[in-house]
Design a protein around this ligand. Structure first.
Ligand code: SF4
Ligand code: SF4
Length: 370
């Protein structure tokens, strides 16, 4: 940091900004500074491998602006292997994976971006050499190594495994109905190799850079896996329903829905529920954290939330632009659970009285809705 002209004072300020960015308490600033210093001394080692992925989570991570967390972390964290950013290639690069697994067992964090294909002997995703086979017609033949074999080699020595992105965490798009690759989420593969190995699932398609960096810092500061929800996601980032914090919630409560993309009045932000918004069943902090260094988020950009942070994405939350099925608010089939709400009852879920009257076809009584 000194070489980059960053003073000690600026560094502590930076640690404070990082705490705020990650929604952590100010009391943790000294701990964050210490963790960042540890990062600066090259600890802990990280191995970042990719399965059936589009590299979107890596791109998302690298797209952060000032404060340039990605630069700090990637520069200072000992990322020993990352297929897109490392300078080495070929057998030299794969050798690093094998060496780290042997020499730093129990110390490295394994990041897996993308799920694991298991059909056809895992041949849908291979990298590196598994073995050389007998020459044929004078040509030396190689058998490439499936990522499943890499997992068997790398998981046992990992201190923790981070499944990065919805597909790594839950299968996502590669595991949708048309899949022929026998896709399995990372956690399923890890459990088959090392039952008690901690796996942290970071949903999102792609995942937000803060979700990843915050998880790594939390792990370094507290020396333990952060609090996770029932789907293995850090509650610090996936603890709240999108719908609870959405800026268009008043429109939802008032029964004011966009029904035709051409009808949108930019001055009046209509609720996107009928255009397929999955915010009512999606847990993530997008409305408050926002994306691209806090510039905007999906609904803010007039796009319905697709539910990309959820285990049910993509298979059970598509078609993306269709409303959630079996939701009739006041219809006989509707329950709080249908929408993923915790508390039952219209009042508890915050559906406005105006909307209730509208749905019942009744006139709002004079003098109020109560
Ligand atoms: S349905 Fe979507 S757009 Fe409407 S309030 Fe909920 S999260 Fe916001
Ligand atoms: S708003 Fe919804 S679709 Fe957009 S990133 Fe967040 S969880 Fe994914």
């Amino acid at each position: 940091m000194e070489k980059k002209g960053v003073t000690r004072r600026q560094f502590i300020k930076y640690a404070g900004a990082t705490a705020a960015l990650l929604g952590l308490s100010e009391a943790l600033v000294p701990e964050i500074a210490r963790a960042l210093e540890e990062l600066a001394s090259g600890k802990p080692p990280v191995l970042w491998i990719q399965g059936q992925n589009c590299t979107g989570c890596s791109i998302s991570f690298l797209n952060t602006n000032f404060p340039n967390v990605a630069e700090l972390v990637l520069d200072k964290l000992s990322v020993r292997y990352h297929p897109n950013v490392m300078a080495a290639a070929g057998d030299l690069a794969f050798g690093v994976l094998e060496e780290t697994a042997k020499e730093l067992a129990g110390k490295y964090v394994l990041v897996v971006e993308g799920p694991i294909p298991t059909a056809e002997g895992g041949e849908y995703c291979t990298f590196g050499l598994e073995k050389e086979t007998a020459p044929f017609n004078g040509y030396q033949r190689r058998k490439d190594k499936p990522i499943e074999a890499w997992m068997e080699e790398l998981v046992p020595g990992a201190a923790a495994v981070i499944a990065l992105g919805n597909c790594a965490s839950f299968g996502g798009i590669p595991a949708a109905n048309a899949s022929v690759t026998g896709t399995k989420p990372v956690q399923e593969i890890v459990k088959g190799i090392s039952r008690d190995k901690p796996v942290i699932n970071i949903g999102g398609c792609p995942s937000h850079p803060d979700w990843f960096i915050g998880t790594v810092l939390d792990y370094l500061v507290n020396k333990r896996v952060p609090e996770l929800d029932k789907h293995g996601r850090p509650t610090a980032f996936f603890g709240k329903l999108i719908h609870e914090n959405c800026e268009r919630r008043a429109s939802f409560d008032a029964g004011l829905f966009l029904e035709d993309w051409n009808d949108n009045n930019p001055d009046f932000k209509l609720c996107l529920f009928k255009m397929g918004c999955k915010g009512p069943v999606t847990y993530a902090d997008c409305p408050t954290r926002r994306w691209n260094s806090g510039v905007n988020w999906c609904v803010g950009a007039n796009a319905p939330c697709h539910g990309c942070a959820e285990p049910t994405f993509y298979k059970d939350l598509s078609p993306l632009y269709e409303p959630l099925p079996n939701v009739n608010f006041l219809g006989i089939n509707t329950t709080a659970e249908t929408l993923g709400w915790v508390a039952a009852g219209a009042t508890a879920v915050g559906i406005g009285a105006h909307y209730l009257y509208k749905q019942l076809g009744k006139k709002v009584p004079e003098g109020g809705e109560g």
